[in-house]
Design a protein around this ligand. Structure first.
Ligand code: ZN
Length: 320
């Protein structure tokens, strides 16, 4: 996804900051441990001088010297770990810790952008997304079966399991979901639960209500600016795209064809999408065309939500 230099620099500064903070924390851990166990400092100094010699020996043709050094290094490392764990510290307490171990907080794996970089891009391009605030309230930890009525209790446990499994297998399986069913049956809540889990696992997630989504396209209709093409690419590239409440906006030929393009392209790139709608499958097909509908039925798992409106029931319960 092409960023402007300024945007790219802003993200890279974030990595510099992270590296610096992690380095400072490492220094603090070292100070603490060296004071308590001077032997560990000695070991670490030995390890670094041995490692240096090992690197030098690599260029020599003396295999015995190299294997001697390796054995010494191993026993030093073991002694250090033993001292740490005996005192109740984790064995890697004096290792450098990374916010993202995959790219070691550099933003890149080889020449490829790390998933954490992609997530930063999306955060930058879609800073207005309302997602982050709401997720502290709506996630698997705050999920309660008490809100469901009798009818919902028949299907919800299986749906919740399906959502939890969706998160668990997200990295291995390419899967799209269509949540449908009447208003207030808990569809958005569960998409939020999934979004929260995946964001916590450092995946990139873009959330749109149908209204926001099509509003973006109307703007694209008139503007071909670079900013839009960047956002468009982010839309196609994010690990998960959530389109909430499809069917509440005014659909027309233009928006329907854009919707098809986005859904289709994401299927081709094997990037997952979750759609929620209050429409029945039949109404969905009538509004968004046979083409969109068959794209969805062929590559999405359809999940039906039943029962009465949870929000209304909560209100009635409160007023009693
Ligand atoms: Zn990373």
């Amino acid at each position: 996804m092409p960023l402007t230099n300024k945007q790219h620099d802003a993200i890279m500064r974030g990595y510099d900051r992270r590296q610096y903070l992690n380095y400072r924390q490492l220094c603090a851990r070292q100070d603490e441990i060296y004071q308590k166990f001077p032997r560990i400092r000695e070991i670490e100094e030995n390890i670094s001088s041995y490692s240096l010699r090992q690197a030098e020996k690599l260029f020599d043709a003396d295999p015995n010297a190299l294997s001697d050094l390796k054995t010494q290094l191993l026993s030093l490392r073991q002694e250090k770990e033993l001292l740490l764990t005996k005192a109740g510290y984790p064995a890697d307490y004096l290792d450098r810790h990374y916010t993202c171990p995959d790219c070691q907080d550099t933003g890149y794996i080889g020449r490829k952008k790390c998933h954490c970089f992609q997530r930063e891009e999306i955060r930058l391009l879609y800073s207005s997304s309302r997602l982050e605030g709401i997720l502290t309230e709506e996630n698997f930890d705050t999920l309660s079966y008490e809100v469901y009525d009798e009818e919902q209790m028949e299907s919800m446990p299986a749906i919740i399991r399906l959502c939890q499994n969706y998160v668990k297998t997200f990295d291995q399986e390419f899967k799209n979901l269509l949540f449908y069913g009447s208003v207030g049956t808990g569809k958005t809540f569960l998409t939020n639960c999934i979004a929260k889990e995946l964001l916590d696992r450092r995946h990139s997630v873009i959330y749109f209500t149908a209204f926001q989504f099509f509003e973006l396209f109307s703007a694209w209709n008139t503007s071909e600016s670079e900013d839009f093409s960047r956002r468009h690419e982010a839309l196609l590239e994010s690990d998960l795209l959530i389109l909430d409440d499809i069917g509440t906006e005014m659909a027309n030929t233009f928006t329907v064809s854009k919707l098809f393009q986005v859904l289709n392209e994401r299927v081709l790139r094997r990037n997952s999408t979750i759609i929620s709608t209050n429409l029945s499958p039949r109404d969905f097909r009538d509004i968004y065309s046979e083409r969109v509908f068959s794209r969805i039925t062929s590559s999405y798992t359809l999940v039906k939500f039943t029962g009465s409106d949870i929000r209304i029931r909560k209100k009635i319960a409160r007023s009693r």
